[in-house]
Write a protein of this length. Structure first.
Lengths: 281, 1235
């Protein structure tokens, strides 16, 4: 699903300050029925993350935290079964999972002598049963299962999607009989930067030489693509030469501007792969 | 000097005698002119009186000619020739008249005039011409001038080349032309130059001792001009501003400015890619008009004014060229070509009195009185140099052969040229645009083991990325007008260099830098480049994608400008500019030092490479094929060396170069004293001496020239380097092209050396007098003494492609001719290109350590009579097999030992308990057990080499190789490979085993730690699985949706159908059975979610879609779903399932909210768990027990206690479930899901 910048922006426009709930997603799908759901979700998630990154700071001032915590306490005193935390998050336009983390941290600070470590918090978020307060545990759990952009479940889903696409890509490579080294093998050999796959014999796609392939199970928007270029793609190029990036959920067409330079974008596995022919002389 | 010339002209002396006389002077004085028998006594007498002036003759002659031609070649060639003089000198070319005047003054002769001029020339041209008048002339002026017939002064105006300079250089010298003539040359704008008479004086010969001033006058700072001239080296290039200024009346002020502009321009050019953008535009506008307006004066052999005199001078001149008495062969050729293609006389030259050809005595009358004279003279000279011409590239030959003037003046020469053209295969091809390609990551050198610490490793990782980021940015921006390297990238580069703390990191970075340099600048791409001698195939160009074509097209358009005239200054074209600026911006002492070390090492290595030597005995057929390869290899090595040496020179002399004028007097002495203490960065003198002795000048000299071209002004004054220059001068003189010395050196090899040396002699930092001063104490070169029978010099390693690649300025000749054809300065002429050597690798196949003794000698002898490719093949095979052998041993023997180590370690860990003891100690134990096995490596290695080498040799040698030769080659390859492999193995095997075992130990110990669960054995999919199961991510997402619905909040119409739940669990089963896409974290989350789901089922919290009455799941359905879950947990999950969460206070607490509470599903679940062996009774009891500790509402606690008692009291009966319902009142009624 390759979108023009204009198409992309139209979608992104609809996502401004929409809470990350399943209801929002449903509406989005209705609004853009022709786009694939996965693409929409990916764009939604990225846009929302951008939004959160921008506003993150204001939720983390001590005043803000204190005020949230008080509101939470007041809310659960009134009715512990009501979605206090979730409503609070939506009201202040913050991700529910992150709000849960905020309140949990605050709560633990109050109830434990030592400040909770990150790993303790993470573990509690993964399994709220470990949270000493039953009401808070339920509130946190509710936030997490209702957040479609943040939280351990979402992280796991993203990770799983990434993994699945790598597997898919591997299968396709095997099917095409292209021999490759995967990340683990590369790491074992001491490579400092490792794309998903390095082809042992380069191929050509649409006239461009490909030495490596990176699978990205997300939509390639400007922000993420530039970050990837800087942290990954150019680094691969610096070491292995030109390569191919597959954004399985599509990308903004205009970003595919480094082809000549050695970074080719595709939204699916290329069909027209030219391999080196060993002429039988 | 004039006297000599005059006596010559008067036929008092023969040309041969004159040349002998000069040559002797330069070559050595033992033989006096008089002693030669051939010398006619009268001649001898005439000349002997002039003896003191002998060495000034050549400079005088050159200047004389330049001066004489100034009217014809007044303005520089339209090409942005740097060589001011030369190009400028050409009068006629486009824009003839107008330009002419300006040109003339500005730079007639490139050479002497000053380098500065030269440099400025292009600028001036494009921008506002240098001197005021210039511009005017250029455009409007031209018409004017044309109209005016008589103005221009001939000789005077033209600045004399360095030639003139030459005289000056010795102090006594004759007039030094440029200054004197300046006034005339640079008349105020618009003013008509003085009549011929006026001018004459200037060109006059009177030897004024002007040298001093002169020297000052020439602006040496700029590289551009070919300085042959005279300035005594001692005061090489003063910043001439003042003298110059004085000299040039109107222009001086602007000159300053121009110089400033020039400097900027030059620096810009240096930074820019090989195809500077600037030239095109400027050329563009003026040209067309010029072309159109001008009409060339036809040249007619019948109208030559003083044939005899011209013939004589041409002969003397040609002889000087042939004897290498002139500093730069190609500069002279350029000059001659300019004369040949002169468009018109600038001024009609007032009708000279001496129209009659016979009268020409003396020098008083102008040598060139018309275009006819010029052309005649040029053709005369060219006839003498047919051999050189015939070795130019095919394109130049074609233009020459098609030149109508040439045809007209010498049909014979034209015929020979045509024949040469038809027989020529010397196409010089375009190179592909060098696309930046990164140096690939090499695990052997780049992995962690090669760094002192993790930090260094990661720092280098980042640096590599920053380096390429900077490079890419440079590629994107360096051609943009306002972009500045330092401003854009400087701070980032320095920040990066700042991180290179460890010395070892510096060497890593330098390695990267140097490799990238070679990769980008020396051979573009390797793959797509055109091969020697083949023009790029149009079809293939069409086939390429658009951008590539565009690029190439663009390059072609710009290329003509890329070399600046026949004597361009050393520059960093194209990508080289990046590396230069990087060095400058980094301004890191450590980096420079490491870089010099690394460059020196690589230069030594390449310079010493055993390149194949020519075996004349080779049968032609196959040797041709071989020679293609040899030549290519040579070209690659040579070009690499030149590049490396250029950068070495640049860095090494960097601290000593500056804009200020070179020191003089005492200051100079003290600097000399100091500098002479400093050892050279690379012992180039020894390398040169060895190269000469070994007859490898053709390899050594070209790179040495590159190195020296960056020397500062003091360098040539140092004894060490002076020796080098003297050697080079002698070499230069000895390279007489006409001598049939093929056995010593091939023609093109000589030509290459002459070209590069000639270029070097024109570089401003090389004192101008050096060339002419050399009194050559020892004449001939001693080279001959030690020379081996066949040195590299005798091998035909240079072809036109290489010649033109190394000396792109030779291409100026072709441009001149092309301009003539096009009648304008068209940009038609982008001919010069870089070579594309296609092979970059495989240079290193050197014989590995010499096996001693007779066997080695025999092997050596064996190769002696075989084609060189055989030797290379064997060496190559040996080298590769040896290396493969080591890798093979690593992968087999060492890997086995590592596996043993791992299992031993496991045992140790088991016996010693979890901690396993001190890792270092463990390692010692393991190594002591395993390292002795390393001894097998040698035997295995030998066996490997024996097995692999023969096949490889056989595959690589021609089928027809005689059996005996073949088997010897195989045996030698086996021997060499074994030697190499065993040498390495015996030295390193123990350390290698140790290292690998160590890595394995730390790996194992680490794995012991945190995640033992992950190591559990996993089943894959069944063989029939087609991997069509739903994706794990999809399932997690679906289950998450159900969970969120259950937990709420939700809309009234939201819910799940029981079928959907069932389907979901069915899919979950499929996914778990197909492991294809499942990763451990996903499985963990699925397990966790399934438990959550079960808890919600038990608590009846899942909102069901359907008729309102049935807002909850039927009990039967719930049980069915729980059954499915139980089965999934039991059968399909391979990772741990957190079943204990079913009894966590939170999940059990869900029941608390239900009214009425229903415990039967929970009880059912617990029983099933026990029954299926998913949980033990004890475990459940413990969980139940801890539940009691939580705080519950009173009634709930009671019920819970009941449940727990009930469960505990149950006998281990298979079917307990019937009674569970009685646990609580099954008061099903309205249980609202919590919202």
């Amino acid at each position: 699903m390759i979108l023009t910048k204009a198409q992309y922006e139209e979608i992104a426009q609809c996502l401004v300050s929409v809470p990350p709930t399943r209801q929002s997603l449903r509406k989005l799908k209705q609004r853009f029925p022709s786009q694939s759901q996965a693409t929409l979700l990916s764009i939604f998630s990225q846009e929302y993350q951008k939004h959160i990154k921008r506003t993150h700071g204001k939720h983390h001032t001590s005043e803000a935290i204190e005020s949230y915590y008080q509101r939470y306490l007041n809310g659960v005193v009134k009715n512990g079964a009501a979605p206090v935390l979730l409503d609070l998050a939506n009201e202040v336009d913050y991700a529910p999972s992150l709000m849960a983390r905020l309140i949990l941290e605050r709560f633990l600070q109050e109830h434990e002598e030592t400040a909770p470590s990150k790993s303790v918090i993470n573990s509690m978020l993964r399994d709220p049963s470990q949270i000493p307060d039953g009401v808070l545990a339920n509130q946190v759990y509710q936030c997490i299962v209702n957040d479609c952009c943040y939280g351990p479940l979402v992280d796991c889903i993203k990770h799983a999607i990434g993994h699945e696409h790598e597997v898919l890509l591997r299968d396709l490579l095997l099917e095409k009989n292209l021999s490759f080294l995967d990340e683990d093998q590369l790491r074992a050999k001491g490579y400092d930067k490792t794309p998903d796959f390095i082809l042992q014999v380069p191929v050509a796609v649409e006239g461009h030489i490909i030495h490596w392939i990176e699978s990205k199970a997300s939509f390639g928007d400007e922000c993420s693509h530039h970050a990837y270029l800087h942290d990954q793609f150019w680094s691969y190029w610096n070491r292995f030469g030109p390569g191919l990036v597959i954004y399985w959920y599509g990308f903004i067409q205009e970003l595919d501007c480094n082809r000549e330079r050695g970074i080719l974008l595709k939204a699916c596995f290329p069909t027209n792969i030219v391999t080196l022919c060993h002429s039988i002389a | 000097m004039a006297a000599v010339l005059e006596s010559l002209l008067r036929e008092e002396v023969s040309v041969a005698a004159v040349v002998r006389w000069i040559a002797r002077s330069t070559r050595g004085s033992e033989v006096t002119a008089l002693t030669r028998p051939q010398d006619n006594p009268g001649e001898a007498a005439a000349l002997s009186s002039l003896r003191p002036l002998r060495k000034e003759f050549v400079p005088f002659l050159l200047n004389f000619l330049r001066e004489q031609s100034s009217r014809v070649l007044p303005q520089g060639p339209p090409t942005p020739a740097k060589a001011p003089g030369a190009s400028a000198a050409l009068p006629g070319r486009p824009g003839g008249p107008s330009r002419g005047s300006r040109g003339a003054r500005s730079q007639l002769f490139p050479p002497t005039e000053a380098p500065s001029t030269a440099a400025e020339a292009p600028l001036a041209r494009r921008g506002g011409r240098r001197r005021g008048p210039g511009p005017a002339r250029e455009r409007g002026g031209r018409g004017l001038e044309e109209g005016v017939s008589g103005e221009n002064l001939p000789g005077a105006g033209g600045r004399r080349l360095r030639g003139s300079g030459s005289p000056s250089r010795p102090s006594l010298t004759l007039s030094d032309p440029p200054n004197l003539s300046n006034l005339e040359e640079f008349p105020p704008v618009g003013s008509v130059p003085p009549g011929p008479t006026g001018t004459k004086p200037s060109r006059r010969i009177n030897p004024t001792p002007v040298s001093e001033e002169r020297s000052l006058s020439k602006p040496k700072t700029c590289f551009t001009s070919p300085p042959i001239n005279c300035v005594p080296n001692s005061q090489p290039s003063a910043l001439d501003t003042s003298p110059w200024g004085l000299g040039l009346p109107p222009g001086c002020r602007s000159l300053q400015e121009e110089r400033e502009m020039l400097r900027k321009e030059r620096s810009k050019q240096l930074q820019q890619s090989p195809t500077p953008t600037c030239p095109t535009p400027e050329l563009g506008s003026p040209l067309p008009s010029r072309a159109g307006s001008l009409t060339d004066e036809p040249a007619d052999p019948a109208r030559v004014s003083s044939r005899q005199r011209l013939e004589l001078v041409a002969l003397v001149y040609s002889s000087c060229i042939a004897e290498n008495l002139v500093p730069n062969l190609f500069l002279e050729l350029f000059f001659v070509f300019q004369l040949l293609t002169a468009r018109r006389m600038v001024t009609a030259k007032n009708s000279d009195p001496e129209l009659s050809p016979g009268v020409l005595d003396s020098l008083e009358s102008p040598l060139f009185q018309s275009i006819h004279d010029c052309v005649f003279f040029a053709v005369q000279v060219l006839e003498c140099h047919f051999q050189v011409l015939s070795n130019l590239d095919k394109g130049t030959l074609k233009l020459l052969a098609e030149n109508e003037r040439l045809l007209c003046f010498s049909p014979a020469l034209q015929g020979r040229l045509r024949a040469a053209y038809e027989g020529s295969v010397a196409k010089v091809s375009l190179a592909m645009p060098p696309s930046a390609q990164a140096v690939s990551f090499q695990p052997e050198t780049d992995n962690r083991a090669n760094f002192s610490s993790d930090r260094a490793f990661h720092t280098f990782k980042k640096q590599r990325d920053v380096f390429y980021e900077v490079l890419r940015e440079w590629e994107d921006h360096h051609e943009e007008p306002g972009w500045d390297f330092e401003k854009g990238l400087g701070s980032r580069i320095r920040a990066m260099m700042g991180q290179l703390s460890a010395a070892c990191s510096h060497s890593h970075f330098v390695r990267l830098f140097q490799k990238q340099l070679l990769q980008m600048c020396q051979s573009p791409g390797g793959a797509g480049g055109t091969v020697l001698g083949e023009a790029p195939d149009v079809l293939s160009m069409l086939g390429a994608d658009k951008l590539g074509r565009l690029w190439r097209l663009q390059e072609r358009l710009m290329a003509p400008q890329s070399s600046g005239g026949p004597c361009p200054p050393p520059t960093f074209p194209g990508c080289q500019g990046f590396f230069r600026d990087f060095i400058l911006s980094a301004s890191s002492f450590q980096f420079n030092q490491h870089l010099m070390d690394s460059l020196s090492l690589k230069i030594r290595e390449l310079n010493g490479l055993a390149l194949p030597q020519h075996e004349p005995s080779d049968e032609d057929g196959e040797s041709d094929v071989d020679w293609q390869g040899e030549r290519r290899q040579f070209a690659v090595v040579l070009l690499s060396l030149r590049l490396l040496a250029k950068f070495l020179g640049f860095v090494a002399f960097l601290p000593y170069r500056g804009p200020e004028p070179p020191p003089t007097g005492e200051l100079q002495d003290s600097i000399l004293a100091l500098r002479s203490q400093v050892p050279p960065v690379l012992d180039v003198r020894t390398l040169l001496q060895r190269g000469l002795q070994a007859r490898r000048a053709v390899l050594t000299v070209p790179w040495l020239v590159e190195f020296l071209s960056f020397a500062d002004h003091v360098v040539p004054l140092l004894d060490y380097y002076r020796d080098i220059f003297i050697l080079l001068l002698r070499l230069h003189r000895s390279l007489v092209l006409s001598q049939e010395s093929e056995a010593k050196m091939c023609f093109l090899n000589k030509l290459l050396l002459l070209a590069v040396l000639g270029w070097l002699f024109q570089i401003p930092t090389v004192p101008e007098d050096l060339f002419f001063l050399e009194e050559g104490p020892s004449d001939a070169f001693e080279v001959d003494t030690v020379a081996p029978e066949h040195g590299l010099d005798a091998a035909p390693v240079v072809d036109q492609q290489l010649l033109y690649t190394c000396c792109p300025y030779i291409g100026e000749l072709r441009k001149l001719l092309a301009l003539w054809v096009s009648g304008s300065t068209g940009r038609s002429g982008g001919f010069m290109r870089k070579i594309t050597p296609t092979t970059t690798t495989g240079l290193g196949a050197q014989p590995s350590g010499t096996s001693q003794g007779l066997q080695a000698r025999l092997a050596h002898a064996f190769f002696h009579n075989q084609p060189p490719s055989l030797r290379r093949t064997v060496e190559f095979v040996a080298e590769r097999i040896g290396s493969n052998c080591v890798k093979h041993i690593k992968a087999t023997l060492v890997a086995d030992l590592v596996r043993q180590a791992e299992s031993l370690l496991q045992e140790q860990l088991v016996t010693q308990g979890e901690e396993g003891g001190d890792p270092a100690q463990l390692l010692e134990i393991l190594c002591s057990q395993l390292c002795p096995h390393g001894a097998q490596a040698l035997a295995l290695g030998r066996e490997f080499c024996q097995r692999k080498s023969p096949g490889a040799v056989r595959a690589l040698l021609p089928e027809e190789t005689p059996a005996a030769v073949l088997s010897s080659a195989e045996n030698i390859a086996v021997g060499l490979a074994t030697e190499k492999a065993c040498a390495w193995l015996s030295a390193n095997i123990t350390a290698l085993i140790r290292r690998e075992v160590k890595a394995a130990v730390s790996r194992t110990l680490r794995a012991q730690g945190p995640e033992p669960a992950a190591r559990g054995e996993r089943r894959g999919c069944s063989r029939a699985c087609e991997h069509h199961a739903p994706l794990p991510s999809h399932l997690i997402s679906e289950i998450k949706d159900v969970l969120s619905l259950a937990v709420g909040p939700r809309d009234p119409d939201e819910g799940v159908s029981p079928e959907h739940l069932e389907q979901l669990l069915g899919q979950l089963g499929q996914t778990l059975r197909c492991r294809q896409f499942l990763c451990p974290p996903a499985e963990q989350h699925l397990a966790k979610c399934s438990v959550d789901l079960a808890s919600l089922l038990v608590a009846d919290q899942i909102p069901i879609l359907g008729p309102p009455a049935q807002y909850r799941l039927e009990r039967g359905q719930a049980r069915r779903l729980l059954h499915m879950l139980l089965s999934l947990w039991k059968e399909d999950f391979q990772g741990p399932v957190p079943l204990q969460l079913l009894l966590s206070p939170r999940n059990v607490g869900l029941l608390a909210d239900t009214r009425p509470r229903e415990w039967d599903l929970l009880l059912f679940l617990l029983r099933e768990l026990v029954e299926k062996g998913l949980m033990g009774r004890m475990e459940i009891e413990a969980c139940l027990g801890s539940l009691h500790q939580a705080q519950w509402p009173g009634d709930f606690a009671e019920e819970l206690a009941t449940l727990s008692n009930l469960f505990l009291a149950e006998p281990h009966l298979p079917e307990p479930q019937l009674r569970t319902c009685e646990l609580v009142q099954p008061n099903r009624g309205t249980v609202l899901a919590q919202s």
